[in-house]
Design a binder for this molecule. Structure first.
Ligand SMILES: [Zn+2]
Length: 436
């Protein structure tokens, strides 16, 4: 039943909401519209190609320093750092910018969000990834994660000088792994994140010899919880890494036959949740997007699945819930239509909580630990055809928020974080609860 069920899922309206590791099915880029240009300057954004309006590097760096330190004296900063980060003798680390090497703001935005992902940061900073490098089944043999770790280490360099980190060698490794990121056209940050995480995962996959996938159906008589465990074990026997430990959750899909009432459940890993934005006037709450994602829908007409009990195609209801909550929950707001390229961008404000996002309404089981705190956002400003990416991230040690706009990093007030530009949200599982 599981394969048939999966096919039904894949043809369902919300199939695009589930991101399996199968990147071959990823929708075509919808932002690939500035091909041939090797620089971009959109709106008031500044690119770091040497000719930007804000002047020379040294001038820009001195204004960056002021914006980072927000008028406080250097000793204030040092005191603050000593409180939060004992390894730092002088300055708050992790506040270096990234050079825009030609329409790479989508990449810079994602890198900064990942750089502030504490679990991933510490894994790379401590070189724990080195022992995990997979030289057998990984197509990149560790080259991608090594290049990524170098960029992260430069972003967290203990040098006292401000610096703008260059991503040329990382970009060339990404292009080797995913040739679609060749060239200098604007890309979609969420798609880029998926490819990057997939590549990093492959490079440190603990599976040295990949067994064939198991296609047999999971015993219908098992309890839902045992089905979920079996399904997860089938996944991790092929895909098992620190990256999976951090980012991958498990989604439960329930298909119910309206004729005989038979229920069939399947469990699938997910790397992010891709949420539709309900079309209504005025601001939308994130909970409304989550409700719309998990709401029961009817599969009828051409979408009718075959019921395992009736052995016939029947009208069924389908609903999604979260069985396994990942440590890091990535939420993608579907501001762009994957099919209707000309529909334009939904720039409505989606109101999301910075703290205490309660996911229990969307949990498959009542007792799950599922409160999350926001720590990073990839923002998209402008239109589908002409846009710019930045990131807002909460510093993993000082907890202060910063805006990362390519080479420029500045402090930002938490009240400015929710905007109509938020595109990909990064939430971490509340550690106060998960350590109970
Ligand atoms: Zn039936």
């Amino acid at each position: 039943m599981s394969l048939r069920h999966y096919n039904a899922l894949a043809s369902g309206n919300r199939a695009t909401g589930i991101h399996l590791l199968d990147i071959a099915s990823t929708s075509p880029s919808r932002l690939n519209h500035r091909a041939g240009q090797n620089s971009t300057s959109i709106g008031s954004s500044v690119t770091n190609n040497g000719t930007s309006a804000s002047g020379t590097n040294s001038q820009r760096n001195s204004s960056e320093r002021e914006s980072v330190y927000g008028g406080r004296t250097r000793s204030d900063i040092i005191d603050e750092d000593r409180r939060y980060d004992r390894s730092s003798p002088g300055k708050q680390l992790g506040l270096n910018g990234l050079k825009n090497i030609g329409n790479t703001c989508f990449m810079n935005s994602v890198i900064q969000c990942l750089s502030n992902t504490k679990l991933l940061l510490e894994y790379l900073k401590k070189d724990s990834h080195v022992a995990d490098i997979n030289t057998t089944v990984s197509s990149m043999k560790g080259a991608l994660i090594k290049a990524f770790a170098l960029v992260i280490k430069e972003l967290w360099s203990e040098d006292s000088s401000e610096r703008v980190v260059n991503t040329v060698s990382l970009k060339s490794q990404i292009q080797r792994f995913a040739p679609r990121f060749m060239g200098y056209s604007q890309q979609d940050a969420q798609e880029f994140l998926r490819y990057l995480l997939e590549g990093l995962h492959e490079d440190v996959n603990r599976v040295a010899t990949k067994p064939s996938p198991i296609h047999t159906e999971i015993d219908e008589n098992l309890s839902d919880s045992d089905k979920a465990t079996e399904s997860w074990q089938r996944y991790v026997r092929r895909e098992n890494s620190k990256v999976v430990d951090i980012f991958v959750g498990q989604l439960k899909s329930t298909l119910r036959c309206t004729h005989c009432g038979h229920c069939s459940v399947t469990f699938d890993p997910f790397w992010d949740l891709s949420l539709p934005i309900p079309q209504k006037s005025g601001p939308v709450r994130l909970s409304q997007c989550l409700e719309s994602f998990t709401r029961e829908e009817t599969l009828d007409g051409d979408e009718k699945p075959t019921c395992a009990k009736c052995k016939e195609r029947r009208k069924c209801t389908k609903s999604l819930s979260i069985h396994k909550f990942p440590k890091i929950l990535v939420i993608h707001l579907k501001r762009f239509s994957p099919t209707e390229r000309f529909r334009g961008k939904l720039s409505v404000v989606v109101d999301f909580p910075l703290e205490g996002l309660d996911m229990s309404n969307y949990a498959a089981e009542a007792h799950s630990q599922c409160r999350y705190n926001l720590y990073a956002i990839s923002n998209h400003s402008g239109t589908t055809y002409s846009g710019h990416y930045t990131a807002y991230c909460r510093h993993p040690y000082s907890q202060s928020w910063h805006e990362y706009n390519d080479s420029r990093v500045s402090t930002i007030m938490p009240r400015s974080i929710v905007s109509g530009e938020a595109y990909v949200l990064f939430y971490e599982l509340d550690s106060k609860l998960s350590h109970l």
